[in-house]
Design a binder for this molecule. Structure first.
Ligand SMILES: CC(C)(COP(=O)(O)OP(=O)(O)OC[C@H]1O[C@@H](n2cnc3c(N)ncnc32)[C@H](O)[C@@H]1OP(=O)(O)O)[C@@H](O)C(=O)NCCC(=O)NCCS
Length: 137
């Protein structure tokens, strides 16, 4: 495996380093949209493949900084999956949010075993999705 480093610093990350994500989305957000998402999230951790000079995984969270945190996105590029990167990203984000009472996220049932391996437990959720708000840019 190539050398993977983890960072929360997005200041010098370009859209060009953020390709290959949102796999399977009918209208995938553009790399530039992902760049903005990373900047505007309260917390983020990136996994960077130093040899490829590319971001190969990311996790973001939103928080009030008092009691509640919400893990809003997590993805590892397909070629880098099953190498422990996703678990590293979740573990690092949970550590960053360690002072909070509640850390929540929403996921499909088939991903629950992954999150259970990361120390989370199942719960139910209610959601709204506005697909027409996605801008492929
Ligand atoms: C889900 C995802 C982030 C996992 O990342 P990953 O880097 O492949 O996962 P890891 O290699 O860190 O796996 C950690 C552990 O979870 C297990 N695991 C990984 N994906 C799993 C899955 N879909 N179901 C069950 N277990 C899974 C691994 O086997 C590993 O087990 P171990 O600790 O016993 O060795 C990645 O598959 C992904 O990006 N999927 C597409 C986007 C997505 O579904 N994001 C989540 C949105 S809620």
């Amino acid at each position: 495996m190539n050398n993977i480093i983890y960072t929360s610093d997005v200041t010098s990350i370009t859209a060009k380093q953020l390709t290959g994500f949102f796999v399977g989305w009918p209208t995938p957000p553009s790399p530039e949209t992902l760049r903005q998402l990373l900047h505007k999230s309260d917390c983020r951790v990136l996994a960077i493949d130093e040899d490829e000079n590319a971001v190969v995984g990311f996790i973001t969270a939103l928080t009030d900084g008092v009691l509640f945190g919400y893990i809003s996105s997590l993805e590892v590029r397909p070629a880098h999956q099953n190498l422990g990167i996703g678990k590293q990203l979740v573990t690092r984000m949970l550590a960053e949010l360690d002072h909070l009472y509640a850390i929540d996220l929403v996921c499909d049932p088939d991903i629950q075993p992954f999150y259970e391996r990361c120390g989370l437990r199942p719960c139910s959720a209610m959601i709204v999705r506005r697909r027409d708000s996605l801008n492929p840019g």
